[in-house]
Design a binder for this molecule. Structure first.
Ligand code: GLU
Ligand code: ZN
Length: 294
């Protein structure tokens, strides 16, 4: 199958090294794109300098190279796209779809993570305030290629931040602007972002942008129920372990690499995996045992 219209991407945040869970997501997006004869783009989501870990950007690129990933074109850095995000925020404000919010973290406590709409009609001036997008009272549905039908009322999270008080742009805004700008047709990423997708669909609709297809790969759950890589600060994935860890990631994705690949080089594992990729085999959930982590 070839589909040169396919454009996929991997979009790491340099707040830490790649961990096994991010390797699984990167691999799924890479194989899905390459199997379809499509492009695979790399985007560094370096929107939040205070949360960035020094050295993480270089380490992420290095790990991807060591593991046999080959991306098309130059890496896109979100830190160089601020003017584009600012223009979109401006447009949303002008259309009355967004507003300034002066609430402190303390004021927002006790609403179970849902913004209560305090500043909706306040008409605050924009200086030094957060900017929130007004969300309508409606439910968004989409069909994920692995997780199936997903629906969510936008009001569950309430009006959400698109630009923070400190002037930094929010992930939700930047991801939508850049997926469209890069022509991404297929978003393949971790299931931790499943419940961000309805907000992204809403933004796409407001901005008149095309909706990509979505595939959310299962998170790797540890025996204690923790999501991998979130609580524990993971060390970098070791270059010498590239082939065995790729094989484990493939198994976590429901693929069945032959035993003969055990002593292969990363590029050989990748070559096999591109040819034999079957997205339909990806399980909705994966346990640590399936991934056979050390
Ligand atoms: N930068 C996000 C992360 O590392 C992923 C964004 C996305 O794939 O939409 O969790
Ligand atoms: Zn407010």
């Amino acid at each position: 199958m070839t589909d040169s219209a396919y454009i996929g991407r991997f979009a790491p945040t340099p707040s830490g090294y790649l961990h096994f869970g991010s390797l699984v997501a990167a691999l799924a997006s890479y194989l899905d794109a390459r199997h379809a004869g499509g492009q695979w783009l790399l985007r560094m989501e370096d929107l939040d300098p205070p949360r960035e870990m020094p050295g993480a950007q270089a380490a992420i690129l290095r790990t991807l190279e060591d593991y046999g990933f080959e991306w098309d074109g130059q890496v896109l850095y979100q830190s160089q796209r601020l003017a584009a995000y600012a223009a979109v925020v401006e447009q949303l404000l002008e259309r009355g779809l967004a507003y300034a919010c002066t609430c402190s973290r303390k004021q927002l406590e006790g609403h179970a993570g849902r913004y209560p709409g305090t500043c909706r009609a306040a008409g605050h001036a924009l200086q030094g305030t957060a900017i929130r997008l007004r969300v309508p009272d409606c439910t968004y549905h989409f069909t994920d290629r692995v997780q199936g039908m997903f629906s969510q009322a936008l009001q569950e999270a309430g009006d959400f931040i698109i630009r923070r008080r400190d002037g930094l742009f929010a992930y939700q805004l930047a991801v939508v602007v850049d997926d469209a700008w890069q022509g991404v047709t297929d978003v393949v990423r971790g299931a931790d972002l499943l419940d961000s997708t309805p907000r992204q669909l809403y933004l796409q609709q407001l901005l008149g942008l095309p909706q990509p297809r979505y595939l959310h790969v299962p998170l790797i759950i540890q025996p204690d129920g923790q999501k991998l890589g979130k609580r524990y600060r993971s060390p970098p994935l070791p270059a010498q372990q590239a082939a065995p860890l790729l094989l484990r990631a493939l198994r976590a994705l429901g693929q069945q690499p032959p035993g003969a690949l055990h002593d292969a080089m990363p590029h050989e594992v990748m070559r096999w995996a591109i040819t034999h990729w079957q997205a339909a085999r990806i399980p909705r959930c994966a346990s640590l045992a399936e991934a056979q982590l050390p």
